[in-house]
Design a protein around this ligand. Structure first.
Ligand SMILES: Cc1cc2nc3c(=O)[nH]c(=O)nc-3n(C[C@H](O)[C@H](O)[C@H](O)COP(=O)(O)OP(=O)(O)OC[C@H]3O[C@@H](n4cnc5c(N)ncnc54)[C@H](O)[C@@H]3O)c2cc1C
Length: 424
C-alpha cells in the first residue's frame, strides 16, 4: 500500500514533534505524517538528575500518542531507507511512503559496540551510563553505595548528544561523596576525547575551578576502547607524551585542568586504568539507515545529514530539511538547540511551499545546563562561534541556585507542556 504526505517527518522525538506542532499551529490544513516506531517518548535531559538521585525516572517517560499533534498522522513504523531522488522512504514493514517535503529528525545512534566489553557489563560491576533509560537509576545506586576507590567518567571523541552530560554527573557524584565525607577516599578521573573541559573559554574557567575543587584528574584527547567490568579495567588510546600520561596517572598531581598537548603525528599508546566505579558514555554517530543513505554527509565519518548550517535545508535535496541530533550542523547537540532550530525549519518550509527562498537562519545557539554541585548550576549558552549568548541579565558563568531550579523544575515542565506542543 502506498501513502503520500505533503510533509513527512522522520522521528517523533524532541525535534520531530516540535516541528510538527509548530507547522500545524501556523497552517492547520497541511497533510503531515510522522513516522515514529516508539510508543514511548522520553525526556532525556532529566536522566542526569536521575543518575544523581534527585529525579524519578518514571517522570521522564510518557506515551507518544498523547503528544502527536492533532491534524497529523502517526505512522508506527521505522524508516529503513531514504530514496530522495524519488521523494519516498521505505519502512521496516515494507511500506513505501512518498512526500513533497521531508523533515529528517531520527536523533543520534549510541555505538556501544565501539567500546569493547562495555555492553556486557553495563548495569553491573559498578559500571553504568545515564545515556539509557534503564541504566540512569543504576548510576545513582552505584554512586550512593560507593565507599571510596578509583572512579572513572568517560567522554568519547565523537560528537554526542549533550556534550556536558559526561561531566555533569561527575560533579554531582563528587559533591555527594564530599557531603558523605568520603571524597578524600576517592580518586576521580575524567577520560575524555575532547581537548579541554569545555569549548567556550568563559564557561571553561568556571569548570576548571570545579575540577580543582574536587581534585579531578583529567585525561584529554583520550579515546576509551575497552571497559571491562570483570577485571575492573578501562583502556584508552592517547597520543599524549609519556610525561603527560605519568602526570595524569599520578593521584598526587592536581593539575587537573591542564589541556594535554596533542600531536596528531605522535605515536598512539594504550593506557590502562583500574577502576572501582565507572560512568561510561558511548561513541555516537548518525543512525545506520541515515549513514548509508544519499542524505548523509560523505565527508564525515559519522554520516550525519548534510544540511546548510543556517537554513537547515539539505545541501543537495532542496525539499529535504533536517534538525536535531542527526545533522552535520556544527552545533552542540541538545534540546536547547532544537528550540531555536525548529522555528527556522518551520519558517523555511513555509517559504518553500510558497515557492520562496528559505531565508530564516539558525545561528548555532545551544545551551548546556551544568550542575557544579547539588543546588548550583551554570547555564552555558553559546553559538556557532563558541561565543556566550546569555539569556539572563546576569553572569551565567557563575553557578546559581536559580539556574538549578530552572533545570530541575521549569525546563521539564516547559518540555512536556510547551516545547512539544510548539508553543515555545
Ligand atoms: C543523558 C542526557 C542528558 C541530556 N541533557 C540535556 C540537557 O541538559 N539539555 C538539553 O537541551 N539536551 C540534553 N540532552 C540532549 C537531548 O535529549 C537531545 O539533544 C534531544 O532529545 C534530541 O532530539 P531529537 O529529536 O534529535 O532526537 P530524539 O529526541 O532522540 O528523538 C529521535 C526519535 O526518532 C525516532 N527514530 C529512531 N529511529 C527511527 C527510524 N528508523 N524511523 C523513524 N523514527 C526513528 C526515535 O524513536 C525517537 O523518538 C541530553 C541527552 C542525554 C542522553
Amino acid at each position: 500500500m502506498k501513502e503520500h504526505f505533503k510533509i513527512l517527518i522522520i522521528g517523533g522525538g524532541n525535534a520531530g514533534l516540535s516541528v510538527a506542532s509548530q507547522l500545524i499551529s501556523k497552517k492547520s490544513n497541511l497533510n503531515i505524517g510522522i513516522i515514529e516506531p516508539s510508543q514511548k517518548h522520553y525526556y532525556q535531559p532529566a536522566w542526569t538528575l536521575v543518575g544523581a538521585g534527585i529525579y524519578d525516572i518514571n517522570k521522564t517517560v510518557r506515551n507518544e500518542k498523547n503528544y502527536i499533534p492533532k491534524n497529523s498522522t502517526w505512522i508506527i513504523d521505522a524508516v529503513t531507507e531514504f530514496m530522495p531522488s524519488e521523494n519516498k522512504v521505505l519502512c521496516k514493514s515494507g511500506k513505501e511512503i512518498s512526500y513533497d517535503y521531508l523533515v529528517v529528525s531520527p536523533g543520534i545512534q549510541l555505538d556501544w559496540d565501539k567500546i569493547k566489553s562495555l555492553k556486557e557489563t553495563l548495569g553491573k560491576n559498578n559500571v553504568s551510563s545515564n545515556y539509557l533509560f534503564e541504566f540512569a537509576p543504576k548510576t545513582w545506586g552505584f554512586i550512593q553505595n560507593f565507599k571510596g576507590g578509583t572512579d572513572v567518567f568517560t567522554n568519547p571523541p565523537t560528537p554526542i548528544k549533550c556534550g556536558g552530560a559526561p561531566h555533569k554527573i561527575m560533579y554531582l557524584a563528587c559533591d555527594y561523596w564530599k557531603t558523605k565525607g568520603i571524597l578524600d577516599k576517592c580518586d576521580v578521573h575524567y577520560v575524555s576525547g575532547g581537548a579541554g573541559i569545555f569549548g567556550v573559554p568563559e564557561y571553561a574557567e568556571t569548570l576548571k575551578e570545579v575540577l580543582k575543587k574536587f581534585e579531578i584528574i583529567t585525561h584529554f584527547n583520550s579515546n576509551v576502547i575497552s571497559i571491562n567490568g570483570d577485571t575492573k579495567k578501562i583502556v584508552y588510546e592517547t597520543q599524549a607524551t609519556d610525561e603527560t600520561i605519568k602526570q595524569n596517572l599520578s593521584t598526587l598531581d592536581a593539575y587537573c585542568y591542564t589541556i594535554a598537548p596533542h600531536d596528531p603525528n605522535a605515536e598512539t599508546k594504550k593506557v590502562s586504568l583500574k577502576f572501582d566505579l565507572c560512568h561510561a558514555v558511548p561513541p555516537q554517530s548518525a543512525p545506520d539507515f541515515v549513514k548509508k543513505s544519499p542524505l548523509a554527509d560523505s565527508n564525515s565519518p559519522y554520516g550525519f545529514v548534510e544540511v546548510d548550517k543556517y537554513t537547515l535545508q539539505h545541501s543537495r535535496f532542496p525539499n529535504v530539511f533536517a534538525l536535531g541530533d542527526c545533522t552535520n550542523a556544527p552545533c552542540s547537540k541538545t534540546g536547547a538547540a532544537i528550540r531555536k532550530q525548529a522555528p527556522v525549519v518551520v519558517a523555511n518550509i513555509l517559504s518553500v511551499l510558497k515557492q520562496q527562498k528559505p531565508t530564516a537562519s539558525y545561528d548555532g545557539y545551544s545551551a548546556c545546563p551544568i550542575p557544579t554541585q547539588y543546588g548550583k548550576l551554570m547555564l552555558a549558552e553559546f553559538d556557532y562561534d563558541n561565543k556566550p549568548k546569555m539569556t539572563f541579565p546576569f553572569d551565567q558563568a557563575k553557578p546559581r541556585w536559580t539556574m538549578w531550579k530552572l533545570k530541575t523544575k521549569i525546563l521539564p515542565w516547559l518540555y512536556w507542556n510547551k516545547i512539544l506542543k510548539g508553543t515555545v
